[in-house]
Ligand binder design. Structure first.
Ligand SMILES: *[C@@H]1O[C@H](CO)[C@@H](O)[C@H](O)[C@H]1NC(C)=O
Ligand SMILES: *[C@@H]1O[C@H](CO)[C@@H](O)[C@H](O)[C@H]1NC(C)=O
Ligand SMILES: *[C@@H]1O[C@H](CO)[C@@H](O)[C@H](O)[C@H]1NC(C)=O
Length: 454
């Protein structure tokens, strides 16, 4: 990953105005370095620009703009301007039904531009289930198409000046609550079989279901995004990379009703048969809150998940800080995960790694398909007001190995609601973990305690 040098010149100038020790100060702040995602997919600038208003788009919040979006994107797809085309969404509220993106395009939302989903649930298009799930995630059969949908595209950017993509999900959440959903709710945005995608400087609001769902895709950068949904909105996961590789998520704020980020790879016998893992996923400088997990892996991990790094994460008012979850019947593997520099405050469980989480697509899952969980490093984790520091429960016939904890301080809440660590069917090592976790994990003073487990 590239190192980008950041010169903090303004700070130096300010210091130099009033200080005689100016030279000393400037030496100290002249350069720092920050790791970023920018090398994974280069930002594209488009010479050809069109506006949604050129296609009859009206941003009054009432006019239906489906035709304008579909025609603008048809024009981008069929005129094929060299270097691609930028579709500009000016300030205003553009109500529309779902639409598909195409390759070589930038969807650019101006400041105060809102692309708003209709609540016409009765004529929302249906698409086939994902092969790695065998059915819709919450209802059998097909599923409602994502509000913004992309299948088999490359070189797509969604960006701008922090305009909003609003799913108006409450009508869908109520259908879920009243059990009147016929099919699985739409994601706010989904990329299938796609590559070279950047999503940056956009606000996502009130998704009907998961917010951002890249699946069977690679080379994806998601940065400077804000994702918002009420804490009680069902299944509004923030970002779910699913059977994807080379994904980088950074500098974002996510406050939703389910996991902030959850890395997945398919569901039981369907995911095992499809066999596409998620790998090389970086998540850094993400802040947020949720009644469920901060950074999660699973529970759908049947294609396997490996090489995940989550660092500099800040979590407030959480159900679970870090959650690695799988189940009997999942098969697959979870290997080489690193969680480092995580701060959490007011959480029910700090760390949970468990093999009995989540449901099954049907009763055809193979009870002998046990997941293999191996090589999870958790280091430099600080928690305040943590009701239970951790729970690590492997499977009797497939114990979790190489679980390594170091430099972890999870401060409890005083009183009867505090629950100590709980472990079973797990092996690994700990160093400087407070409170002390459990005898299943060997205490050691050695550095690099787990480097041989991946
Ligand atoms: C959008 O994509 C879906 C799935 O790929 C397809 O079924 C549908 O026909 C497309 N819609 C339009 C308007 O192109
Ligand atoms: C948009 O939001 C991001 C992330 O919150 C922020 O870093 C950036 O400065 C904002 N940009 C504009 C143009 O407001
Ligand atoms: C483990 O994952 C990290 C990313 O977190 C990666 O840099 C490293 O190469 C992986 N190790 C192995 C042995 O694959």
């Amino acid at each position: 990953m590239p190192r980008v040098r950041v010169r903090i010149l303004l700070a130096v100038v300010a210091l130099c105005l009033g200080l005689s020790s100016c030279q000393l100060a400037s030496a100290a702040v002249e350069e720092g370095s920050v790791l970023t995602c920018s090398g994974i997919v280069p930002m594209r600038y488009r010479n050809d620009k069109i506006s949604i208003t050129d296609f009859g788009g009206v941003g009054d919040g009432k006019t239906l703009n489906t035709k304008a979006f579909r025609e603008a994107i048809y024009r981008i797809q069929h005129l094929r301007r060299r270097g691609g085309t930028l579709l500009y969404i000016p300030p205003g509220v553009y109500l529309t039904e779902s639409f598909n993106l195409t390759s070589h395009m930038t969807l650019y939302l101006a400041k105060d531009a809102v692309i708003k989903a209709t609540q016409n649930t009765w004529n929302w298009p249906l698409i086939a289930p994902l092969p790695s799930y065998g059915r819709g995630r919450e209802r059998p059969g097909g599923r409602y198409m994502s509000f913004i949908h992309a299948d088999g595209v490359h070189d797509v950017v969604i960006t701008g000046e922090n305009g909003t993509i609003d799913g108006q999900g409450d009508i869908w959440w109520n259908m879920w609550r009243q059990r009147t959903l016929q099919f699985t709710r739409p994601n706010l945005i989904e990329f299938i079989h796609s590559t070279g995608i950047i999503i940056s400087n956009v606000i996502f609001r009130n998704s009907p279901f998961w917010n951002i769902h890249p699946v069977y895709s690679s080379n994806i950068v998601i940065r400077y995004v804000t994702i918002l949904a009420p804490a009680d909105s069902p299944n509004t996961d923030g970002i779910d990379p699913d059977s994807c590789s080379n994904v980088c998520i950074e500098d974002s704020y996510i406050s939703v009703g389910d996991d902030l980020v959850a890395v997945k790879s398919g569901w039981d016998e369907y995911g095992i048969a499809y066999g596409r893992p998620s790998s090389d996923i970086t998540i850094r400088r993400v802040t947020g809150s949720s009644p469920f997990a901060g950074i999660a892996v699973g529970s759908e991990t049947s294609g396997g998940v490996k090489n995940v790094l989550a660092e500099h994460i800040n979590l407030y008012n959480m159900g679970v800080g870090i959650h690695v979850k799988t189940n009997i019947g999942r098969g697959g593997f979870i290997r080489n995960l690193t969680f480092s520099n995580v701060y959490m405050e007011n959480v029910r469980k700090g760390i949970k790694i468990a093999g009995d989480v989540g449901d099954h697509p049907d009763d055809k899952f193979n009870p002998n398909a046990l997941p293999v969980v191996k090589g999870i490093v958790l280091q430099s984790i600080w928690g305040e007001k943590v009701m239970q520091p951790g729970l690590i429960m492997g499977l009797k016939n497939s114990p979790f190995t190489g679980i390594c904890l170091s430099n972890i301080n999870l401060h409890g809440v005083p009183g009867p609601r505090y629950t100590p660590w709980k472990c079973s069917d797990v092996s690994g090592a700990t160093s400087q973990v407070s409170p002390w976790p459990c005898s299943e994990l060997t205490s050691t003073k050695q550095a690099g305690i787990c480097s041989d487990h991946f």
